[in-house]
Design a protein around this ligand. Structure first.
Ligand SMILES: Cc1cc2nc3c(=O)[nH]c(=O)nc-3n(C[C@H](O)[C@H](O)[C@H](O)COP(=O)(O)OP(=O)(O)OC[C@H]3O[C@@H](n4cnc5c(N)ncnc54)[C@H](O)[C@@H]3O)c2cc1C
Length: 413
């Protein structure tokens, strides 16, 4: 990394290798794969740690949803001592060890606020604002040949607008700020959203003597996390090697009916498309049940329809029913933030901030632009992207690296 000059009060830095935006699992995976090929990179991260989603924005009881063999990053398996579903603390420890092993030292507290390709020099200009310990801001511009977008599908919390929200006197929090049910003991809590997070937060609230209700607006596939001691995800992956997706879906739905019963009787209606086909076509992840369904069956968690409006203490539902609640937890998901900073509209959709080209072709754009971790296939998808990106950059690196020092000199002069 070479210092160039001050421009418009912005420190200008020439980076001979790629700039990776985001030090989550995806960004770390690309940096490690590049390192293994002898290519240096600079990782820029807006928060003060690696894997900020896991360290700062997730609840205490979180474990990996999928068995560890489907979640490890390239070049470093999980320790054997880890359980099948590592806790978030174990996963974070693994990522910190990963950074140490591959000598990845992200630039922390450095938020990328703009990036664009400058055709006049054939380089990307990545503008960031850094916050130092004394609270002072420092603006920088990184100039690089390759830009890897690793800011994730979960960069910003999605907070829906609900009529009367400002009137409601209780606490309203997004799951990104929810740590545990500790603070909600004895309270009536409405959880909005029935994905993996919403279902698990309900269970956590039950375990802390709160009384949760779960808003279910849309159809949802709930699958058992395991079938006869084998992970449902692993079993599905194995079956997909031999059978078409619709047949595997039929099998899964029969298993669900036997193990979980008719979930529609609990208010959880299944979509008309099977769980794997729905994941492939719409990216909608099925819920892997870790015990919530049992608590719904026992009546510890009430399933309620969509919200019509809020008043001071009351929630009015679309079916006209009204009920008082002490707090509302929004398990309403996350979205990509790419359109807010990347000045590029070919590769990434402005609408959802995800690559336009569907899996497995979304990882590569034009002019040295790459995307990692946007496949809706979790850590497995991120690892696949990371390997391909490093391989691709290596090809250009070998061809172009000898010219980079010359370019760097011409940029400084
Ligand atoms: C509760 C929960 C549980 C999950 N469980 C699993 C699981 O068991 N298995 C699985 O495979 N997947 C799981 N996932 C999916 C999840 O997306 C991945 O686990 C993983 O965190 C994705 O890594 P990432 O690096 O792509 O994104 P992130 O982990 O979100 O990392 C992106 C990083 O980019 C940084 N960033 C964003 N914008 C900027 C900017 N402008 N400038 C600088 N830095 C920026 C962020 O601060 C963040 O650190 C889960 C997700 C959630 C929310």
């Amino acid at each position: 990394m070479g210092y160039l000059r001050e421009m418009d009060h912005r420190r200008c830095v020439f980076v001979p290798g790629p700039v990776i935006v985001g030090a989550g699992p995806s960004g770390l995976a690309v940096a490690a794969c590049l390192k293994q090929r002898g290519i240096p990179s600079v990782v820029v991260e807006r928060s003060n740690c690696v894997a900020s989603l896991w360290q700062l924005k997730s609840y205490d009881r979180l474990r990996l949803h999928l068995p560890k063999q489907f979640c490890e990053l390239p070049l470093m398996p999980f320790p054997q001592s880890f359980p099948t579903y590592p806790t978030k603390q174990q996963f974070v420890r693994y990522l910190e060890d990963y950074s140490t092993k591959f000598e990845i030292s992200p630039l922390f507290n450095e938020c990328v606020e703009g990036a664009e390709f400058d055709p006049s020099i054939g380089f990307w200009r990545v503008r960031s604002v850094g916050r130092r310990g004394d609270g002072e801001e420092r603006r920088s511009e990184f100039v690089c040949r390759w830009l890897v977008v690793a800011t994730g599908e979960n960069a910003e919390a999605v907070v829906p607008e609900i009529r009367g929200m400002e009137e409601f006197s209780g606490e309203i929090v997004h799951t990104s700020c929810y740590k545990s049910g500790d603070a909600f003991g004895g309270k009536k809590v409405l959880v909005v959203g029935c994905g993996n997070s919403g279902m698990e937060v309900c269970l956590d609230l039950c375990n802390h003597n709160a009384t949760p209700s779960l808003v279910v607006r849309d159809a949802v596939h709930v699958l058992p996390r395991e079938v006869l001691g084998k992970s449902t995800f692993g079993l599905s992956m194995w079956l997909l090697k031999w059978f078409p997706v619709r047949l595997v879906d039929t099998f899964l739905l029969i298993v669900c009916r036997i193990l979980l019963g008719d979930t529609s009787k609990l208010g959880l209606v299944r979509p008309s498309i099977g769980p794997l086909e729905l994941k492939n076509s719409a990216g909608k992840t099925p819920v892997l049940d870790v015990g919530t369904l049992d608590r719904i069956k026992k009546g510890d968690i009430k399933v309620v329809p969509g919200i019509q409006r809020l008043t001071k203490k009351t929630v009015e539902f679309v079916d006209g029913e009204k009920e008082n609640f002490d707090a509302i937890i929004l398990a309403t998901g996350y979205k990509s933030n790419v359109p807010s900073w990347l000045k590029e509209r070919e590769m990434f959709s402005e609408k959802d901030g995800l690559p336009r080209r569907p899996f497995p072709n979304g990882w590569k754009g034009e002019s040295g632009l790459y995307a990692v971790g946007f496949t809706k296939r979790g850590l497995l998808g991120a690892s696949m992207d990371a390997r391909q990106i490093a391989e691709d950059i290596e090809r250009c690196w070998i061809a172009e690296a000898k010219n980079l020092p010359l370019l760097s000199r011409s940029l400084t002069s």
